[in-house]
Structures are given as structure tokens and as C-alpha cells.
Design a binder for this molecule. Sequence first.
Ligand code: GDP
Ligand code: MG
Length: 436
Amino acid sequence: LQDKLESAFKNLKGQARITELNVASTIKEIRRALVDADVNYKIAKEFTDKIREKATGEKVLNAISPGQLMVKIVKDELTELMGGEEAVFNAKGNPAVILIAGLQGSGKTTFSGKLANYLKSKKGLSPLLVAADIYRPAAMEQLRVLGEQIGVEVYIEPENKDAVSIAKNAIAESKSRNKNVIIIDTAGRLAVDEQMMTEVADIKNAVNPQEILFVVDSMTGQDAVNTAKAFNERLDFSGVVLTKLDGDTRGGAALSIKYTVNKPIKFVSNGEKMDALDVFYPERMAQRILGMGDITTLVERAQQQFDEEQAKKLESKIRKNKFDFADFKAQLDQIKKMGNMKDLLGMIPGVGAKIKDLDISDESFKGIEAMIDSMTPEERSNPDIINGSRRKRIATGSGKDIAEVNAFMKQFEQMRDMMKNMNKMGAFGRMMPGMG
Ligand code: GDP
Ligand code: MG
């Protein structure tokens, strides 16, 4: 997903202005990226329609840094879609009962341990873990081991084959054990299954939990949405836990699930260790989905590009081999805004080697500018008329010696030759945006 979105934003790279046209193509790519990441098509479409509406508003079209604004719009919209603010998780009660539900292998037992650890160490609560997965002795043992690891008591009834009564007994027991939060780890199935749903629903009805957390593996893509829907219909859960975010998923599931069931994502789990748990921050997830670090780089570059109109004018001059000192000066002004010129030019495919020997260090800007300033307008637009005596005058005017002026004139000629060659090769379209 990250790569796809990156390429979508690459579209904006080099666009000094966002036009309706490049909004449209960028939107199309963002949508494709989301769909490829298992975001439901309808969700992706509604999402990108909203983005388009905002991006084609006059504000963005006329913005000084539209690329950045566009990224901000996408990020804000993603953040909003995933709940905006971080969700409230309520673990206060006497005792507070938290029911954990989800498919087998989604990470319920691991999360139960993490949550107990979090409530104990971060919230100063006294949790009791309850092993209500009665079908697999290994499941109870797994929870017992986790509890031992984090120093939290685990309630187990190895002989009891009724999950509902185990949950009820545990709550009764919690008072005498001085526990103020009960975390009930339930059994899951590999797929949505009526018996499993009934059992979890029965536990819910018997213990009246104040939080029901639906645990889902973030790697399961579109299936995660269907599972979330089925669980929500039966349990009306209060929040979602996304697990296995330490994998290479970009978090598309977070988007779809939130959109589909409209329940807040409350925690994200990102590893097998007991402290690999985070509260869910929508903005962080939006950044993850967007691969924000890279996007920022792209946006910065986009900002650094030439103004489109100016670039067009320049293009036609270069095409007619009429690039002159006035254009050169204008480009210098642009380039100064962009930072290191040699680095920037070096990034253009096929240019790096050609400029290797040219003196275009940033410090040389000042002298070059002085020399151009010392030219008459006529000289600037007709570099060919700059003969020996004119060079002498320019040298005096700019406080340079004649050799420096000569060297600069030579560099300028080399540059014009390079442009001529690029014209012939048709490579200029790639060199500067809007010039193809
Ligand atoms: P349950 O069947 O829903 O109780 O799932 P488990 O808690 O037993 O987890 C299933 C597997 O996923 C185990 O091997 C866990 O160690 C692993 N697991 C759970 N959460 C995470 C996570 O956030 N990241 C990774 N990498 N593995 C996890
Ligand atoms: Mg389990």
C-alpha cells in the first residue's frame, strides 16, 4: 500500500500547482492503492470522493504548496475516518469486566495478557485474567504462563466445561481476591461459527461487561471486515483490537473495519512480547497507511519545483535554443530556493554525469549573479554579442577578474550545449516538470 500511495503522490511531485487534472489522476491512484490493500471498493471510493471534493476547492488549487496541502487533506481525512481522537477505554468498575472475543489465532490470549499488564503497570489496577477457553487445555496453560510472566493472577477451572459459569465464578471470586478488573479470554474458532457466537453472547449476557473488545488479525485483509461485521451483529462490541501490526501490513484493515462497523479501534498489538501494546492513535495509523516519512520527502520536493508557467516559458526558449542570461538568472533564483543545485540536478536521470565537471557550487552563485547583474539587458538576451571589451566591463562591474568572466561564459556555453543535446534526445521532458 505504501508503494502505491507513494506513486500516487509522485504524481504531485513536480507539480507547482495542483490542477484539476493531476488531482484526478492522483485520486485515482490513491483509490487503487487502497483497493489493492483490501480496502473495500465502496469505502475507497467514498473516501477518495471526499478527498477530491476538498482538493479541487479553490484553496488547494491556488495554494503555494498544494502538494503539502493535498497530503494533509488525505491524512486528515484518514485520521477522521479512523475515529479522529483516540478512543476512550473504560476499565474502572467494581470490578470492571472486559470480555475478549475474536477468531482463533487472532491474538486474544496474547492480548489478554498484554491488557492485564498494561492495566496493572500503567493504570495501577489489579487485574484478574480468566481462562474461559474451555476447549483446549493448551489455551488455559498459555494464559497461566502469561499471567505468571507479568505477575497477574489467572482464574482457571480445568474441570469446568461451561464457559459462562467460569466467568460468573471468576467475578464472584474477584471480590475476595481484591481484583478490580476482570479480563475474560474466550474461545475462538477458525471461522465465524454459530456455537462460538452463542457462547460468547451467553457470557456477555451473564456478566454484563463494560467493554467487549473484538480482537482481529490485521493481516487478514478483507476477511477482517466480514469477521468484524459478524461479531458486531452478535455482540455489539465496544471496541476493536488490531493485532500483528508488527507484520508488513500497512493497516488497511483499520480503515475498513472502522468504516464498516463504526466502532472505535482501541488498541493495537505489535509483537509477541507482553509490552508490545499501544493505545490506538488514528493519526499515527493514518501516517502509517500513507508511509508519511516518504510522503513528506516527496512533498518537500514538490514544493521545490519550478513554477509551472515559468517552466513552460523556459521550455519554449530552450526548444528554440534561445536560453539566455535573463533565463539563467531566473533559474538561479528558483534554484536558490531549492537548496543545493548540484545535488538536485544530479537526481535528474542522465544529468548527473554531465554536470560533474561544472562549477555549480552554491558559493559560486553570488559571483555569477553579480556578473549577470553587470550585463546590459541586451547582453543578457543576446549572450553571443558579449565580446572581449564587454567582458572587461562586466568584470569591472562585478568585481571579478576577466578570467572568471571568461570561465563563466564558457560554462554558460556548455550549459547551452547540454540543453541543445537534451532537446535532440528529447530528454528535457524528464528534466523539469511541465516541460515534456
Ligand atoms: P488466540 O487464539 O486468539 O488466543 O490467539 P493467540 O493469542 O494464541 O495468538 C496466536 C498467535 O499469534 C500466537 O503465536 C501469538 O504469539 C501470535 N501473536 C499474537 N499477537 C501478536 C502480535 O501482535 N504480533 C505477532 N507477531 N504475533 C502475535
Ligand atoms: Mg486463545
